[in-house]
Design a protein around this ligand. Sequence first.
Ligand code: AHR
Length: 394
Amino acid sequence: MSNSKNENDRASMLNYAIIDLLCSRMKRGTGKMRWQKKEKRGGIRVRWTYRLGMCIGMIVVLCSLAACDSPNSTALPIASDTNGHVVSPSKLVLEDTELEERQIVLGYSQLGSESDWRKANTRSIQEAAKEAGIELLFENAEQSQAKQFEAIRRFIEQDVDVIAVSPVIESGWESILLEAKEAGIPVILSDRSVDVSDTSLYVTTIGSDFYEEGQKAGKYVLDKVRNEPGAIKIVELQGTLGSSPSIERGNGFRDVIQARVDLEIIASESADFTLAKGKQVMDAFLKEHGGEIDVLYAHNDDMALGAIEAIEAYGLRPGKDMIIISVDGTRRAFHKMVEGKINAVVECNPLLGPILMQAVSEIISGRSLPKQIVSPESVFTEALAEKEIANRQY
Ligand code: AHR
């Protein structure tokens, strides 16, 4: 991958998302929610009542023009008047004016700070909020879903405009998301997704296609061992159990490698996306399987870095005696690729801040968003690492 190609990729990630967002047409929402909430803000209510009175005629006409249905987008909790009637398009003008008058408040529950990726993700969100003039109420849940629930409840009490959350695991989100919905606060899922039957509980998911990342890792392994006959033994360091990247990266990988029956995952365990646990679990794998291991698939770079320490301590050469592939594409992993100790990394882009802020503004403006906004991502191999390393932003 050339430098300019990578820059293009980053630019196009943002462009795709922004084009997606800007091109998403307004749609009738079921949502009285947001405006019920806004009524609580006294000064704003007076202004709005007046403005709504002035514009109601125009609204009725324009509403019918704006009613549309897009297969990729979802009904958002968009604008309704004080009676709960949807008042879409002309409201945008008013809302833009409104947006100039006060700061949007975003409550964001980050799941932790377990990896370089996560730290870059946090920085990106904090910087983008500042840049966009959005007030960010930031909470770090330190890997605890219970703490994420508490943070979301605090955001509801604080009556924020939008809630964003990076869910630590997939399950168990129904009732807390329902609480946010009932409070009239739209929720954006950032980075990871949730497993809920009612997808109207959130507006959109912004992040990576983790299944595809797993597939890319699988394809790399298949290609790398294509000339090696006989059984290939793989060990897998999974991320946090029950988290969407761990589940999907595992599934995507397995679905691809099954193309060759003699590729076998001989050990698979969670190392929680951390370097320390990556080292510890790899150490245990080596004690059990030693020199039998041909391939290490780590669900993130931090675990691969920890595993490299264990492999070297065991007396093997990472990247030579054992093929190593991981996910994320952090600068530290690139350095290891340059040294030949990691053979390939699948990119997972943490720089979601600008797109998240764009999505927040679009929601506040009453526009609908696609249900999923996915970052385009690459695969980097050791052959390209040296050239690419200067471009890494995290
Ligand atoms: O959810 C994204 C994953 O979480 C990243 O791959 C990993 O490094 C992080 O901790």
